[in-house]
Design a protein around this ligand. Structure first.
Ligand code: HEC
Length: 142
């Protein structure tokens, strides 16, 4: 679990500081906001895994449900090819659209298939979810 957490922390906090890199395009902002919401839900689980929040199975399930639902929306947020300065989206998204959609599906399936009944399950859950984030980011995000 330990090796997963730094990567997740980076995913979740990377952009908070930069306020979306000064982007003003509404299409790009909407997809960034969607990603931020996903990150916020991962953080709910991550905080429990790190012991910074008490284990709460219902809250974990709510976060997983939200990630699952948000993952299903990812293709819609990226449907329009908009590339502006400050965006970290790579043109490869639209060159390999079916694969991009499949990677959103991987996250949807990962979040939807997990069941977390004790704090001991959190590490594995984060690994599954975080793996699906990374699976897309490493190819399609700068
Ligand atoms: C199917 C692909 C895909 C998946 C799956 C995915 N992301 Fe992203 N994510 C992107 C892309 C592309 C960007 C860059 C968007 C841009 O800058 O225009 C991004 C950007 C982000 C950002 C930065 C948003 C901002 O404000 O600039 C965060 C945070 C983020 N993702 C978190 C996550 C987390 C956490 C997960 C997994 C639970 C995840 N993402 C899963 C494709 C994905």
């Amino acid at each position: 679990m330990k090796y997963v957490l730094p990567a997740l922390a980076a995913i979740v906090t990377a952009t908070a500081v930069f306020a979306h890199n000064g982007v003003t395009d509404p299409v790009v902002l909407a997809r960034m906001e969607a990603m931020k919401r996903i990150g916020g839900n991962v953080k709910v689980i991550g905080d429990m895994a790190k012991g910074e929040a008490a284990f709460d199975a219902d809250a974990v399930q709510t976060a997983l449900n939200a990630i699952q639902a948000e993952a299903a929306e990812i293709p819609a947020y990226f449907e329009q090819q908009v590339l502006v300065e400050g965006s970290e989206a790579l043109p490869a998204i639209w060159q390999n659209w079916d694969d991009f959609v499949a990677k959103a599906g991987d996250l949807e399936v990962a979040a939807g298939s997990l069941s977390v009944s004790s704090a001991d399950d959190l590490g594995a859950a984060l690994q599954q979810v975080g793996g699906a984030c990374a699976g897309c980011h490493k190819t399609y995000r700068e």
